[in-house]
Ligand binder design. Structure first.
Ligand code: AMO
Length: 423
């Protein structure tokens, strides 16, 4: 509707002015000669006062229906509003059919499955909407932070001919008579792009055929990836630490959204860095872990109790890390690698990469991968590949931490997992 304004743009000095609002009927109260409609749009709530003959235009109006209201702004005595609108015309643009599958106001609590099945309606719940507004703010902060540090945003293919992270967890699909795969990460492409652009990042959905039923695994997740020429793993850890802090600050400044989620984003100061070996020592002999063992969920939970906030786990055994991770020069058993943890939860992993193609080839073989499948990638290493480092961070997991929810599905519009392919 032409001339429609947002509720948040109304203010006291506008008393006496005509306005056109549009939104959803959140509440309806009829008190004899006068009715009150609480109208919600994306920016807030407005009180609409409906009097006299106009009340008839509201007959049969249901909550959550869409209406356009034209009227005059007036001062109000209502506590929760700065102004109210005295309605002159109400048009019902779309009717909500009751019973609705969930109560979007959350007065009647609905289970997560019901909410995900009615996600569009769930988005009228202010806690849900706030999670996605905060996600937007975090993405904005990450993009600003990366751009400021001379990173160029790229988009790499999601349909690929061979694995990027080794063989496991690949979704395959038919591609004009051939088999193609859905990308697990932008790993190989982002590394190649450091040759010309030096510093690149990508924020995209990636795919893992992980038959996991946990609050932190999805088959489709959003990854924030960076790759930078002439940086070591400690340099890209610095970048990650700063970006996380900036994003947390940005989120903590969104007061309305923080109130709606009921969780204040924790802003980390310096993020501690603990080596894998120190972590193994901390876990002690009673856990039965020694150098070279992967840290199991139970180990990470114990570590998470000792380190409840953000911390880096660095210098992992080379054999536990992917083929592209660079070992230390003075001790090839240990790699220039790290994970960023929040408590038990892994948020990111990264490291320095091998840039010598002959070492890369032998690492592929050591890991039981066929270098022939990586021929296109390896070719690029003969064209002047700079030393480089990078990381990938699971945005959905980061958001879960930032808004204080246990399940990443709360921070994903339409999550995909082994049990959920629709809506
Ligand atoms: P990795 O496999 O550790 O590393 O993935 C990076 C981060 O992505 C998130 N993540 C997931 N989130 C939800 N559901 C999943 N199934 C899932 N899988 C991964 C995690 C994880 O820490 N190429 C490297 C990164 C790099 O070295 O640059 C990689 O993909 O938060």
């Amino acid at each position: 509707a032409g001339g429609r304004i947002h509720i948040a743009d109304m203010a006291k000095p506008m008393a006496g002015q005509k306005v056109l609002l549009a939104g959803w009927v959140e509440d309806l109260r009829e008190l004899g000669k006068v009715s009150f409609v609480t109208l919600r749009d994306a920016t807030g709530l407005a009180q609409i006062v409906v009097k006299g003959g106009l009340q008839a235009s509201m007959d049969g109006l249901t909550r959550q229906s869409v209406v356009a209201v034209s009227g005059t702004v007036a001062e109000t005595r209502a506590r929760d509003f700065e102004v109210e609108v005295s309605a002159e015309q109400i048009d019902v643009l779309s009717r909500a059919i009751h019973p609705l599958p969930i109560d979007p106001l959350g007065r009647l609590e609905s289970g997560m499955d019901n909410r995900l099945n009615a996600r569009a309606l769930d988005m009228r719940n202010q806690k849900t909407a706030s999670i996605f507004r905060l996600r937007h703010r975090v993405l904005e902060s990450l993009r600003q932070g990366l751009s400021k540090r001379r990173f160029t945003e790229i988009t790499t293919p999601k349909i690929i001919g061979s694995a990027s992270e080794g063989g496991a967890n690949l979704f395959s699909l038919e591609y004009f008579g051939k088999t193609a795969y859905l990308a697990q990460s932008p790993q190989l492409y982002k590394e190649q792009m450091t040759m010309g652009l030096e510093r690149v990042y990508e924020i995209s959905g990636f795919y893992r055929a992980e038959n996991s039923h946990t609050g932190r695994h999805l088959s489709e997740f959003t990854s924030v990836d960076i790759e930078a020429a002439f940086m070591d793993y400690t340099d890209v850890m610095d970048v990650l630490e700063q970006l996380v802090r900036e994003a947390c600050v940005a989120a903590s400044e969104c007061t309305i959204e923080q109130e709606a989620t009921g969780h204040k984003a924790e802003v980390p100061s310096d993020i501690p860095r603990i080596t894998y070996s120190q972590a193994v020592d901390e876990l002690g002999s009673d856990c039965g872990v020694s150098f070279g063992d992967d840290l199991l969920d139970s180990h990470l939970r114990l570590l998470g109790e000792k380190h409840p906030g953000y911390y880096f786990l660095t210098d992992w055994p080379t054999k536990l890390k992917p083929f592209y991770i660079r070992p230390k020069d003075d001790d090839a058993e240990v790699s220039r690698s790290f994970d960023l943890q929040h408590g038990y939860l892994e948020l990111s992993s990264g490291g320095s990469r091998l840039h010598d193609p002959s070492i890369l080839r032998s690492r592929l073989e050591q890991q039981g991968l066929d270098p022939a499948l990586f021929a296109d990638h390896l070719r690029a290493f003969d064209w002047g590949m700079p030393p480089h480092s990078g990381w990938g961070m699971g945005l959905d997991r980061f958001m879960a931490v930032l808004v204080g929810v246990d399940n990443v599905r709360e921070a994903v519009l339409y999550p995909r997992d082994p049990d959920r392919l629709s809506p």
